[in-house]
Design a protein. Structure first.
Length: 215
């Protein structure tokens, strides 16, 4: 299968898989990561086919969405005739994308992985990131906020996966940390405004929570 056909077939397949997701990991999240990855690649380089395929497939076996040991991405690539070496490279990138805890180093090993990790993290920031965070919290039946439960610095991926903390804690356990964990110059420029918006949102949130807004 030609590269462009493989990308378009994969996009259609992923849209079908995620079009009814309500956790913030829906098709439009994947679409935005796909488009952001292509935009960052225009400035940073990298193998565009690898980038597009990995961006499209990056959530297919995500631990947050499925308890299964994921083979969907590799199965799909085998189905459409992606060669073993390319499939293995894409699967390696997918494994490096996810945030694994504030105290866990997760530096990607290729330019392509850096670009996709940046795109995925950018979509977890700013106005869209805030919306997605509360969508996921609702999906997991988490409280919005509980001042008696403090944010944690998760020292292992296992601890991070087990966390059921209120949604506001997630800002301090992940989202506000992302600005300083972006890999590319292009990604860092895009992250700054989104980070500032989240800070402003939290300032308003706590002003309202503490009834500090004057008439």
């Amino acid at each position: 299968m030609k590269m462009e056909n493989a990308i378009q077939e994969t996009a259609r397949y992923i849209q079908q898989q995620f079009e009814h997701d309500a956790s913030g990991h829906d098709w439009w999240h994947i679409y935005r990561v796909w488009q952001l990855s292509k935009m960052i690649s225009e400035y940073e380089g990298g193998d565009l086919f690898i980038i597009e395929m990995a961006a499209l497939l990056h959530d297919l076996d995500d631990w947050k969405l499925s308890a299964e040991n994921g083979t969907k991405a590799s199965d799909w690539m085998n189905k459409i005739g992606i060669d073993y070496d390319t499939s293995d490279q894409i699967q390696t990138i997918i494994g490096e994308v996810s945030f694994k805890g504030a105290g866990v180093e997760a530096d990607p090993n290729s330019l392509e992985a850096k670009i996709i990790q940046d795109a995925d993290r950018l979509d977890a920031m700013g106005a869209i990131g805030i919306a997605r965070t509360f969508a996921f919290g609702g999906h997991k039946n988490r409280l919005i906020y509980d001042p008696t439960i403090k944010p944690e610095v998760h020292r292992s991926f296992s601890d991070y996966k087990k966390s059921a903390a209120p949604t506001i804690n997630h800002f301090y356990e992940k989202l506000l940390l992302l600005k300083d964990r972006i890999n590319t110059d292009t990604g860092r420029k895009l992250a700054l405004q989104r980070h500032q918006f989240m800070e402003q949102y939290l300032e308003h949130f706590f002003s309202e929570w503490n009834q500090e807004i004057k008439l």
